[in-house]
Design a protein around this ligand. Structure first.
Ligand code: BGC
Length: 542
């Protein structure tokens, strides 16, 4: 007679009289339970055959496992399980490692990809999309403009009144959540929903906030997905990202799609500018600080744009811009390179995503994915080391059951017994109770994944600085460069931000890092889009 023993049933077994040693010939299907003959008394030491992790014990392939008593009274675990968890964790940590030399290689290969993307339209990982933005705000803009900011599960509508030189601006905005079925439904349904909220917002306009007679309302449309711009107010959607998969939009001019929806709502409004959120953030940053050269988003998704010299864009076929510059949307989320430290968790996540093989870089470091990467490593621990219960916890198999805000809270837990980690594992994954060892392992996984993501983000920013000769190693090293940064990941995830800043200084060196300032530009993309509508208004903005 035999029985399957798991760490949850060890307590009972250990009440039995002990024998010095017991040989166990089989491995359970989950690779963890011990099959032992009942009737025999049980041992403190058990030898279990264990495939590749086995070592030879008196000529047999076997490995020793000790039954050890936990810190907490009355509960026992197999030391073997902890060792196996440690092995999974160590391997994962090694695969995610980003020592400085590795980060340097990421920077180098990203700079090469940026150059390739500026030289040719097709076949490059980094699309390096010219934004057609010729005029960046100067702080002198005047008038009432609208913005619509669509880029994640929430979208924002905004009314801004710019007062002219030195007068600043006043703004009102409203946020709406997009129902999930619209994120994966039909194009017209999504845009009708958005346009109807925009109309409701416009209808609440008071008289002193209406455009002067004879002028149409003008809108800056922030659309935070990869778009091949064809003018400052038109552009074709290349593909969706961040969990959106709406049928009928890819390949179409998104401004046209929005215009049609606006007119179905009988709304009198013109789209004056189509901008990526990075470009909106750059414009919002420039309104208050002329040194802003780069804008970075670290939020649900990730991306950067920057100010490039016109002659550094060989693929540009239009007339040379009068300003002498192009604002380039890098779409760095789509970066991929053998230099990236990818793991089984990244491969699984990509394979099961709505956009496999796309936005590999984004999937390693942005807010939409970090929590899910952690869940996937936990799932591996449940499968390989029998962690988190006798059977694989149901919620642990569910995509996005753990979010980045969850892991950010757990990462901030500095209590000795990791109470917050325990609470969130209980609330989000129904793991209750968890052992301290388990909570510690979860904390380590979070730390590994967040650190890797933050360091890769730092490398990407340094690549852009290097591209424009502002990394302190080449060219214009002593000018001050300001990076406008937006996104919840950077704003709210303190440990992520600390790791990013640390790697940034390591890569640039302390001296060069003093010339680069990262400034948080909260929700700058909406106001930036309104500003770009002003800068490109057909009525003039001054
Ligand atoms: C999109 C970018 C966007 C970024 C940040 C990415 O998924 O492709 O266009 O700028 O997310 O929102």
């Amino acid at each position: 007679m035999s029985a399957l023993i798991t760490h949850r049933s060890i307590e009972a077994i250990c009440q039995l009289p002990q024998v010095p040693e017991l040989r166990l010939p089989t491995r359970s299907s989950r690779g963890f339970g011990l099959r032992v003959p009942l009737g025999d008394s049980l041992a403190r030491r058990a030898c279990v055959s264990w495939g590749s992790h086995a070592r030879t014990d008196r000529g047999r392939r076997s490995v020793s496992y000790s039954l050890s008593r936990r810190q907490e009274p009355g509960v026992l675990v197999l030391a073997g399980q902890q060792q196996e968890a440690q092995r999974v964790l160590d391997e994962f940590r090694e695969a995610c490692a980003t020592p400085l030399e590795k980060l340097e290689k990421v920077v180098d290969s990203m700079v090469l990809e940026m150059e390739a993307g500026l030289a040719a339209e097709d076949g490059c990982l980094l699309k390096m999309l010219p934004s057609f933005v010729e005029n960046l705000p100067k702080g002198t803009e005047r008038g009432i403009y609208y913005a619509l900011d669509l880029g994640g599960t929430n979208f924002r509508v905004l009314r801004a009144v710019f007062g002219g030189p030195g007068e600043g601006c006043m703004q009102e905005s409203e946020i709406f959540t997009i129902p999930h079925d619209l994120m994966v439904g039909e194009s017209d349904d999504l845009f009708d929903f958005i346009a109807s909220k925009l109309r409701d917002f416009v209808l609440r306009e008071t008289e002193n906030k209406s455009p002067p007679p004879g002028r149409k309302r003008e809108l800056g449309f922030t659309f935070s997905f990869p778009v091949m711009q064809t003018s400052v107010a038109s552009g074709t959607l290349i593909h969706w990202s961040k969990g959106f998969k709406v049928a009928g939009t890819v390949g179409r001019d998104v401004v046209e799609v929005l215009r049609e929806a606006i007119s179905r709502q009988n709304l009198d409004m013109e789209v004056a500018a189509l901008v990526n959120d990075t470009v909106g953030t750059l414009a919002g940053g420039r309104y208050i600080n002329g040194d802003v050269m780069i804008a970075v988003i670290l939020g649900t998704g990730t991306n950067a744009c920057y100010v490039e010299r016109a002659e550094a864009v060989p693929k540009w076929k239009g007339p040379p811009p009068k300003s002498g510059i192009h604002v380039i949307n890098t779409e760095w989320g789509n970066f991929g390179s053998p230099t990236l430290p990818t793991t089984f968790a990244d491969d699984d996540l990509d394979r099961e995503s709505v956009n496999p093989s796309e936005h590999i870089f984004e999937k390693m470091m942005s807010g939409m994915y970090l929590g899910d990467l952690v869940r996937r490593v936990m799932l591996r621990l449940a499968k390989d080391a029998g962690y988190f219960g006798d059977s694989i916890p149901e919620k642990l198999t569910k995509k996005l059951a753990l979010t980045t805000p969850d892991i950010s809270k757990m990462h901030a837990d500095d209590s000795p017994t990791l109470e917050v980690v325990g609470e969130i594992l209980k609330k989000k994954l129904d793991l209750d109770p968890t052992r301290l060892e388990e909570r510690r392992v979860v904390y380590s996984i979070i730390d590994i994944i967040a650190r890797r993501g933050a360091r890769l983000a730092a490398a990407a920013i340094v690549a852009v600085l290097r591209k424009i000769g502002r990394d302190g190693k080449s060219g214009n090293g002593t000018s001050k460069t300001v990076i406008a940064m937006d996104g919840g990941l950077y704003e709210h995830y303190t440990k992520f931000r600390d790791y990013l800043n640390e790697a940034f200084v390591d890569l640039l060196g302390e001296e060069a890092a003093k010339n680069v300032v990262i400034e948080l530009s909260k929700d700058g993309s909406g106001i930036g889009a309104a500003l770009l509508a002003a800068c490109h208004s057909k009525y003039g903005s001054q």
